[in-house]
Design a protein around this ligand. Structure first.
Ligand SMILES: Nc1ncnc2c1ncn2[C@@H]1O[C@H](COP(=O)(O)OP(=O)(O)OP(=O)(O)O)[C@@H](O)[C@H]1O
Ligand SMILES: [Mg+2]
Length: 160
């Protein structure tokens, strides 16, 4: 049986931490869908189209990875795409509480769902999209944290 996974998030923008996780997931599952949430309770810096476009370009070398935008419930999206496994990342203990709650809620909404947690390589554990955005807005160097394509896009945002 084919094993598909859905990796949901805001990806505003995609970071090297996200990328590290997608590459790990691509090595484990047959197909990985990076599902970018239109979202919700955050006010994203980048439009959904832009976030999808950036993720597609950054992950273009991975043949079993696709990127799609979605709105609505993640479990619903996963169901529609035959993804019975949701991938999420754990950077530190601070992620645990929210992720644990979310995983239990997903399972409550659909008991067939499993959430799999992956951890990134050490050097990516402190990277978050929100910190990257903040550093970029303040004129800091984000080259260590994001793909050059994303860095260029963040620079453009600063000028607008
Ligand atoms: N550097 C990272 N290493 C491992 N997992 C990560 C990393 N950054 C994000 N993730 C995980 O990816 C998933 C989607 O995260 P999300 O899109 O919220 O990114 P984020 O970096 O946490 O952004 P924000 O700071 O805006 O919340 C979550 O499960 C999150 O824990
Ligand atoms: Mg987050």
């Amino acid at each position: 049986m084919k094993r598909n996974a859905v990796y949901p998030g805001t990806f505003d923008p995609i970071t090297n931490g996200h990328q590290d996780l997608v590459r790990r997931a691509a090595g484990i599952f047959d197909q990985v869908i990076v599902a970018i949430a239109a979202n919700s309770n955050k006010t994203p810096m980048f439009s959904l189209d832009k976030r999808v476009d950036l993720a597609r370009r950054v992950l273009s070398d991975l043949s079993n990875v696709t990127v799609q935008g979605y709105s609505g419930l993640t479990v619903e999206f996963a169901r529609q795409h035959q993804g019975s496994v949701i991938v999420r990342g754990l950077r530190a203990v601070s992620d645990f509480e929210f992720e644990f709650q979310l995983a239990n809620m997903s399972r409550h909404l659909d008991r067939n769902f499993e959430t799999v947690f992956l951890t990134p390589q050490e050097q990516f554990t402190f990277i978050s999209s929100s910190l990257v955005r903040e550093i970029a807005v303040l004129g800091g160097d984000v080259r260590q944290f994001v793909h050059p394509i994303v860095e260029a896009e963040l620079k453009k945002m600063r000028r607008t």
